[in-house]
Write a protein that binds this ligand. Structure first.
Ligand code: ATP
Ligand code: MG
Length: 633
């Protein structure tokens, strides 16, 4: 039978012995079930099916079975990533199998776009389902025949009846928290009458909504979900999988436990809003898996394998500055508030991926937030921190100038007179990664050149520097009338330079910064550090720098809880969530492959856009995350 769930409300505890993962109440339950052998007797016939089907199979090779059951009505979002990492992660860690099942019992027009994207997303996160690398996902609609049989089984056993009250009467007679429900006048029908009526429903003899099949439980139950919930309704709709075969469809709360049981799921993990449905889940499983005694004394064998699956609830992910409802995300897409489901500002997994998120960062995030039984909000900076942590060791470095102004080295011609003067380009080299792990092959170094003209950040020059400013400052006269020379800085990976001034246009806007190059200070050459500087600045050569479109993203909403308390989330859209700039990038960045991630030194992590970036000829980068947490608290 169903095992009692131990320590259901226990707080997360120290690392689990076997897996070294932080433990949580679900791990404790699974460990308890494994130790107690709760599911050890179950058989598995290689495909979903009823008790008779599985009885012919082998002892189930999967120690546990979990499932991820999306409805294919939108793209998966960061909340789903939590559920995917949880369900697939538990199966992986405990010698189990996780099923990918499309919950398509609702006869809505299926969109293959969503199905394809869900499959891609789960695969991208690094998981395989249903026990084989090339397995097809399961589809709940494949179980309609069985669900129908289960409904007849309940009717025969006196556990279900056809109710012909109107929707309104049913609603009124259900009662509320303070008032018990009232029995339907149709509740006392015999099983034979109910069976005949239900078959008429199936055969299309009645109009949509004319009657429903209800479980016969308890109209006075304090749990309103137990007051004879509807389990089948009439709905003339063409289903993407079963076409027009059915004009009756099972309700979700009836279908879902059956789907789990047919698939031999052991631990059916869902979000907290289903907690009140668990008594019905258990009620249904008990009636379908153990066999029932008919009024005439016949015992119907268990339709479904025992022991049945058990439902456990965890807190859904709420992330600040994000909405995670497929319906609301769809609204953003269809109202053109974003460029599509994969807009890098979207919390969809395709959006996060395009933004530069890695599967590893999302795994880390899922692990860090853990699973609990109480709702809370996770700060968006937690997600960003995980990406930063993952990219720090992996993302190749590169220099990009985001807000460029030209720097001219006025003595270049003289210093390199014997090498060609003004047109001379001096080759420079920098490592792609500053640190390489023991035993790891360092990636090829970056190559670029320095010449008479380079691009620097406009902010790296100040005519009147604020206190403590260490970058380029022109010569000046101090309060005592003494001449102060211009500051010296290093062009990172290039030479030390000394600032000599700037030129301006008629409006006083700086058009060029002027400096001289200090000979024999090229990075990596002997004696190059004999000249001390207080700062190194990033730069890109005018000769080999390439213009790149850089998309500077900010949070999509300016409200931390955009849809809390029924607020209209559209109203808090951040009008400045995207700023497109033209930056100048070094050659290694222009040659990036789509989806390749980089650290633009001093700026943050960027990714070559998967869609629009063209290697070499049209570089396009997305800001993935800044170097520091700038979500100012
Ligand atoms: P939405 O409201 O966005 O449509 P949903 O729960 O209806 O979400 P499903 O496709 O039915 O979406 O969800 C598939 C699985 O993902 C379910 O098991 C659900 O519990 C889980 N899930 C959905 N949203 C979250 C979330 N924010 N945090 C954790 N798990 C989630
Ligand atoms: Mg849903």
């Amino acid at each position: 039978m169903i095992s009692p769930a131990p320590n259901k409300n226990a707080a997360p505890v120290a690392a689990d012995k076997e897996t070294q993962k932080p433990s949580n109440f679900l791990r404790q339950i699974i460990e308890h079930d494994l130790a107690a052998g709760t599911y050890a007797q179950r058989r598995w016939a290689g495909s979903p099916g009823d008790a008779a089907h599985h009885a012919q199979g082998q002892p189930d090779p999967a120690k546990i079975r979990t499932r991820f059951p999306p409805e294919p009505n939108g793209y998966l979002h960061v909340g789903h990533a939590k559920s995917i990492c949880l369900n697939f992660g538990l199966a992986r860690d405990y010698g189990g199998v996780c099923h990918l099942r499309f919950d398509d019992t609702n006869p809505e027009k299926e969109d293959t776009e969503y199905v394809t994207s869900i499959i891609d997303t789960v695969r991208w996160l690094g998981f395989e389902w249903n026990g084989a690398a090339d397995a097809a996902p399961y589809q709940a609609s494949d179980y309609f025949d069985f669900m129908y049989r289960a409904a007849e089984h309940l009717i025969e056993a006196g556990h279900a009846y056809v109710d012909e009250q109107t929707v309104e009467q049913i609603r009124i007679n259900r009662g509320d928290f303070s008032k018990p429900g009232v029995d339907s006048p149709f509740r006392a029908r015999t099983p034979a009458e109910n069976l005949a009526r239900f078959r008429e429903m199936r055969d299309g003899k009645h109009a949509d909504g004319a009657m429903v099949l209800r479980a016969k439980i308890d109209m006075a139950s304090p749990n309103i979900n137990m007051r004879d919930p509807a389990i089948y309704r009439i709905r003339r709709a063409t289903h993407h999988n079963t076409g027009d075969k059915w004009c009756i469809y099972p309700m979700y709360t009836f279908a879902h436990p059956i789907e789990d049981a047919l698939e031999n799921i052991t631990h059916s993990i869902c979000t907290l809003e289903f907690e009140d449905q668990r008594p019905f889940y258990d009620w249904l499983m008990a009636r379908l898996s153990e066999g029932a005694t008919l009024p005439d004394g016949r015992v119907l064998g268990g339709l479904l394998s025992a022991p049945p699956p058990h439902q456990y609830e965890f807190a859904r992910l709420n992330l600040t500055y994000v909405v995670t409802s497929k319906r609301k995300l769809a609204q953003l897409v269809y109202d053109h508030k974003v460029s599509g489901w994969d807009d890098p500002r979207m919390p969809t997994i395709v959006g996060l991926r395009r933004r530069g998120y890695t599967p590893e960062a999302l795994h880390l995030f899922a692990e860090r937030i853990g699973v609990t039984k109480s709702d809370s909000w996770i700060d968006y900076s937690t997600l960003e921190g995980c990406l930063r942590e993952d990219l720090e060791a992996k993302a190749h470095r590169g220099m990009a100038v985001i807000n460029p102004v030209k720097l001219v080295l006025s003595n270049w011609d003289d210093v390199f007179a014997d090498k060609g003067g003004a047109s001379h380009l001096e080759p420079c080299t920098q490592p792609a990664l500053p640190h390489v792990a023991e035993g790891q092959e360092p990636p090829p170094a970056r190559h670029f050149t320095i010449g008479k003209e380079v691009w620097i950040e406009r902010e790296d020059f100040e005519e009147v520097p604020p206190k403590g400013y260490k970058r380029l400052v022109p010569p000046s006269i101090d309060a005592s009338g003494n001449a102060v020379p211009g500051s010296k800085v290093r062009l990172k990976g290039g030479y030390v330079i000394e600032c000599t001034g700037c030129t301006k246009d008629a409006n006083g806007v700086i058009t060029e910064v002027l400096a001289t190059v200090v000979p024999d200070t090229k990075s990596g050459t002997p004696g190059s550090d004999s000249v001390k500087v207080k700062a190194a600045i990033t730069w890109v050569g005018v000769a080999d720098g390439v213009s790149a479109e850089v998309r500077m993203y900010d949070r999509l909403f300016s409200d931390a809880q955009p849809d809390a308390g029924g607020k209209d989330f559209i109203e808090s859209l951040n009008p400045n969530s995207l700023k497109v700039v033209t930056a100048i990038v070094e050659p290694s960045l222009a040659n990036a492959l789509p989806d390749q991630k980089f650290q633009f030194e001093r700026h943050g992590y960027f990714v070559a856009d998967r869609v629009d970036h063209v290697q070499g000829s049209k570089p396009v980068f997305n800001l993935a995350v800044g170097l520091k947490d700038s979500w100012g608290k």
